[in-house]
Design a protein. Sequence first.
Length: 95
Amino acid sequence: MNTHLTETEQKKKGQYFTPDDIVDRMINFTDLDWKGNIYEPTAGDGNIVMKILDKKVSIGMTPQEAIDTTYVNEFDEKPYNDMVTRVNDWCQEHN
């Protein structure tokens, strides 16, 4: 799921959602302590958050540990609600 805004909406809101292929490259080429806390300050509809959670589980963390060490922020209600739905669905799939 990716929130697609028209070009006019993007300019008006200043929102540009990161495409999946870019997120994949960011996750794969980032040298982080994946078991530590990670903060996503502009979470949008959750593309980066979902990949962070998947990465954390792929290195051996439990889904609960992944959730407990991932922090997000998003001010716009629509993408925030979309992200929360995606994270809830992810939690259901990993239980």
